[in-house]
Design a protein around this ligand. Structure first.
Ligand code: SF4
Ligand code: SF4
Length: 363
């Protein structure tokens, strides 16, 4: 662990100002319409101070308290995914010039540097997965290179969280520039990269006392012990590939609305569709991509054939890829235990309960 320094609430504002001076636009979680949403951040007191959160299958609720902390909740409604892998964007565009020659237009993004505050361990782990998947994607990489990440170690897991069982949290382990332990009196700050160190060095923050560090780490360890759900280890999850005919798929599908909320909120889902369009005058053509979903009928269409016609087949595709066959691609399951797919499922379908049901013996 790097040197741990004290970051008071006043010094938090100095950190935002310092990152602004380095050219970063600062983003942090703020309350909007009863939800925690990443938004522009200018001052510490814009953060959700005193806010607590309840997440259960099918519901996310915020509660106001007079507590001093700004990050006393599990995870916000968004993850990092939309900042890097845009929900919808053009991939290429051509236009016909006056001589009738088709010319390509450069439409690659030119993103501004962005510093995101409050990133959680589960989302850092999912980011590492997306980094691997999109390693040759210029759109993703252009944004990724401009991202400065300020993590917060979790102390208030939701009932839907299970990052301790996937090995991804609640302590942020890697992939951040700065990481914060929150206490009632302020923060303890660690650096995780040379640019993180360069960003905070001029602030001359005082060193934290060992007992303060120990207390903060104990709180995070306690958060891990409080998690109520557990996903089985990776080897056991591989067995989902042998469960194609298990009756639990049909039972889950009888509740599933095939809405795709779970794949939209998942920080690691990476599928997309591509659509071509042209202008009516025949002078412009564009190819765009949009987030896809295992639950969309067109996701299972191959060469004119629908290979997944039922909801049970689509749910099975999602879960089996996410937890089992993903391991062949990226050496680990694709789930980092954030619990969002459980909280944001309108039918309250619980991934961990589904895995348990599928583990039961069947004919
Ligand atoms: S599992 Fe839930 S969120 Fe996912 S498609 Fe079905 S109803 Fe929608
Ligand atoms: S599958 Fe669900 S719990 Fe796992 S990372 Fe995706 S949204 Fe989070």
């Amino acid at each position: 662990m790097s040197l741990c320094r004290l970051l008071s609430h006043q010094a938090f504002d100095q950190l935002i100002a310092r990152l602004n001076a380095l050219g970063y636009r600062c983003i942090g979680p703020r309350v909007q319409d009863g939800h925690l949403v990443y938004s522009p951040l200018a001052r510490f007191d814009e953060l959700p101070r005193g806010v607590r959160q309840t997440q259960v299958p099918g519901a996310v609720r915020l509660h106001a308290t007079d507590g001093p902390r700004a990050f006393a909740w599990a995870n916000d409604d968004q993850c990092l995914k939309p900042f890097l892998f845009a929900p919808e964007e053009p991939l290429w565009a051509f236009e016909k010039d006056a001589d009738g020659i088709w010319r390509s237009r450069d439409i690659r993004p030119a993103p501004e540097p962005m510093a995101i505050f409050g990133v959680r361990a589960c989302d850092l782990a999912a980011l590492a997965l997306q980094d691997r998947h999109f390693r040759s994607d210029p759109w993703y990489q252009a944004r990724r290179q401009q991202l400065f990440l300020v993590a917060v170690h979790c102390t208030h897991p939701a009932s839907t969280c299970f990052c301790a069982s996937t090995g991804d949290g609640p302590q942020a382990q890697r992939g951040y520039d700065l990481a914060l332990y929150e206490t009632d009196a302020g923060f303890l700050l660690e650096t995780g990269s040379p640019r993180g160190e360069a960003a905070v060095a001029p602030l001359e923050l005082p060193k934290a006392a060992p007992e303060r560090i120990d207390e903060a780490q104990q709180e995070v360890a306690e958060a891990a012990r409080h998690q109520q759900r557990q996903l089985p280890p990776a080897d056991a999850l591989r067995q989902l590939q042998d469960k194609a005919s298990h009756p639990a798929w049909a039972d889950i599908a009888s509740h599933c609305l095939s809405c795709g909320n779970c794949t939209s909120v998942c920080p690691s889902c990476f599928c997309y569709d591509e659509t071509d369009s042209g202008s009516l005058d025949g002078r412009n053509a564009t190819r765009a991509r949009q987030w896809g979903s295992c639950f969309a009928p067109e996701h299972g269409r191959m060469a004119g054939l629908d290979v997944r016609t039922t909801v049970a087949q689509r749910y099975r595709q999602w879960l089996t890829h996410k937890l089992a066959s993903w391991q062949d691609q990226y050496d680990r399951p694709g789930c980092t235990g954030c619990g969002r797919c459980i909280s944001w499922c309108p039918a309250g379908i619980d991934l961990v309960a589904a895995v348990a049901a599928l583990a039961s013996p069947h004919e």
